[in-house]
Design a protein around this ligand. Structure first.
Ligand code: FES
Ligand code: FE2
Length: 384
């Protein structure tokens, strides 16, 4: 660990995808084959349940068929009408444009007037939806578009964080949900969530009240292509937490946040006393200069060292705590989002790498992962 400046090998044209649609499209094509958080299993708990999500700008949906979960690109094979036009629901896959009906394998199994109009029966037409591969880490559903190179399992991808995120995801509570459109590139949004230098200037009434963090008192850790922030400098803390989560005996002790490439953050934070919460936060790309923030908040599913009288007072404080946490998280995220919109307004003027300091080390790590996945072949594909 060091308090020296973070080294970065970000190329001078790192900001090109923030304004150039062609470079952005290349980036998103690469990211479409990377495991990406789609949503929570609780939203597809019953047969026929489905929810819509975004995977590298493409609309997709996840649906339960009995004991199976399946996911498909959200466009009909006939004339590409979106099959799901709401955020969630329940029912068979029937297109709203001409009533083509799809089975659990994504094949069109019911086509009105098929023989008369297409000259064949549906099986012979063999029209199919584009499948999305999905895997679960506890209740977190991740997906990617298939590719011959995308062979890593979700467990391999998440590395040491797998048992931790699995444990963090398991809750019976109904999460509070926040969403917002941000008029900024997704990467600017993610940068802001992955560095700890801006808190004094951007969050003066909350996080930043205590002043700048002491770099040597906190731990920045890496696992796979991802990273984490722990409010402990114990280098073994990640391994210990993984083992304890696996054994089911991890106890909430301090603030920890996991940043999973490309666009997910899962934080474990305290509201007051020993009340701990989980925040699942994602910034999904829409266009070069537009993103969607989605956030879920729920009580942490871990034991904590509560005071003895807690079980008497808790029923009276739960609702106000719930509202308070929602207000606090929403305020902090709005402050971040506003800063990103300011950054986006000058993105076209940026033609050199940033100067990163010790509290921005994880941003440099994120950019290393980004370069590894997105940059190969950039010039060939994005130049006319
Ligand atoms: S576009 Fe879906 S049935 Fe025609
Ligand atoms: Fe922030």
């Amino acid at each position: 660990m060091t308090s020296a400046a973070a080294t970065t090998s970000m190329p001078p044209d790192w900001a090109r995808t923030l304004t150039d649609p062609q470079a952005f499209q290349h980036e998103q094509e690469k990211l479409s084959h990377v495991w990406t958080f789609l949503g929570l299993a609780r939203d597809v708990a019953n047969d026929g349940d489905w929810f819509r999500a975004t995977l590298a700008t493409r609309s997709v949906f996840v649906q339960r068929f009995g004991s199976d979960l399946k996911a498909f690109e959200n466009r009909c094979a006939h004339r590409f009408f979106p099959l799901r036009t709401a955020d969630k629901g329940n029912g068979p896959i029937v297109c709203g444009f001409h009533h083509w009906r799809y089975g659990s394998q994504g094949r069109a199994v019911g086509i009105p007037m098929c023989k008369e109009l297409f000259g064949v029966i549906p099986r012979e037409l063999d029209a199919r939806l584009k499948p999305v591969e999905i895997e679960l880490c506890g209740s977190f559903i991740f997906g990617r578009f298939p590719s011959p190179d995308a062979t890593e399992s979700l467990a391999e991808f998440l590395a040491e964080s797998f048992p931790i995120l699995e444990a963090m995801s398991e809750t019976t509570a109904v999460p509070q949900y926040l969403t917002r459109e941000v008029r900024a590139n997704w990467r600017l949004c993610y940068h802001t969530s992955v560095e700890d230098y801006h808190i004094v200037a951007i969050h003066p009434s909350t996080f930043g009240k205590g002043g700048y963090l002491k770099r040597e008192a906190i731990g920045y850790l890496r696992f796979g292509i991802h990273n984490a922030y722990f409010t402990t400098s114990d280098p073994e803390a990640l391994t210990k937490m993984a083992a304890e989560c696996q054994a089911g005996n991890w106890v909430s002790v301090n603030y920890r946040v996991f940043h999973v490439f490309p666009n997910l953050a899962v934080a474990h934070f305290r509201s007051d006393a020993q009340y701990w919460f989980i925040l699942v936060l994602q910034y999904s790309a829409v266009t070069t200069d537009r993103s969607v923030m989605r956030a879920w908040i729920y009580p942490a599913p871990f034991a904590a060292n509560h005071v003895w009288h807690d079980r008497w007072t808790r029923p009276f404080t739960t609702l106000s705590r719930k509202l308070g946490v929602r207000y606090y998280v929403s305020k902090v995220l709005k402050e971040d989002n506003d800063a990103c919109e300011q950054l986006q307004s000058v993105a076209h003027q940026v033609h050199e790498p940033p100067i990163l300091g010790g509290l921005e080390e994880r941003m440099a790590w994120f950019e290393e992962a980004y370069a590894k996945i997105v940059l190969p072949g950039t010039r060939k594909t994005s130049e006319p």
